[in-house]
Write a protein that binds this ligand. Sequence first.
Ligand code: FDP
Length: 341
Amino acid sequence: MYRRGCKMPERLGITVSKHILETQRKFPEATGDFSGLLSELAVAGKVVHRAVSKAGLVDVLGKTGEVNIQGEEVQKLDDFANTIIVQKMDHTGYLCAMASEEVDDIIEIADKHPQGGRYTLAFDPLDGSSNIDVNVSIGTIFSVHRKISKGPKGALEDFLQKGTEQVAAGYIIYGSSTMLVYTAGHGVHGFTFDPSIGEFLLSHPNIKTPDKGSIYSINEGHSYKWDERVRKMVDHFKEHDKDNGRPYSGRYIGSLVADFHRNLMKGGIFMYPSDAKTGEGKLRLLYEAAPLAMICEQAGGSAIAESENILDIEPTDLHQRVPLYIGCKEDVETCKRFLGE
Ligand code: FDP
């Protein structure tokens, strides 16, 4: 379980593996499993980075023709990223099970690795996949929990834990440069990939998001699906009120990891409301909302579904969707005020 508010001193330029090990040394009870898990994940990220950076050159663009559990067409690169992460992580001995946005059920650890592990990994292999073909930043989002089930293997209940129980969360964004951003409950740290040496190097220690932002991010094309509260809220961010730093600038890439990363660094609010008719959100609690909420809180921001904090939601389903309002603390408070009307 992560504790809010602890800080670690940082050295620019150290590799992500060294950073993880140095952090581990501060916890004498640590076995090294967790550090090993994160280091392996960084390696998987490098392999996905290599594929993404060659996307325009090799025959990986386009769709597989299949439809995933979310009813979306599966892109070849999603498939590839999913396979790489599963193959890379299932023989580490650190995990008892995995769950992927691309896969219906939990992914068991192969029988040839019967020792199992103490952690679970939930991940979105390639978030923002509808942007793959047009060179927009996309990313891998991940969330780590401790195994709580009693059996030898991981079970569904290991994944249906609140976001507050995450031991780590992060993302790898494949953009103008590739970055790994993670938190293990002691601040948020960003590492930029240096392709010449094949390492993620600490470039953004202790990332903090401003208390109040200047950017609002929402798909306004969906405004016909909003209820009156959301309409008023968005109008509020667009209203001219110089003394209170409004209007905000509108920025929406349509790739959550990229929209989130920009807002985290610059200050802003990302909103994906529920559909007024169905009451359903689009984004997934376990693979998107909860990990990003942990990162956001660790950076000084916050995240809500509507009235509830994202991290306090008890998941009921592996592929549960939630509305999401995430970003600077004051801006999330503003959302809460409008949504509470
Ligand atoms: P995508 O469908 O391209 O994978 O959760 C998926 C996601 O992208 C997010 O990355 C993104 O923020 C959102 O959906 C975009 O949805 P809209 O097209 O409805 O705005």
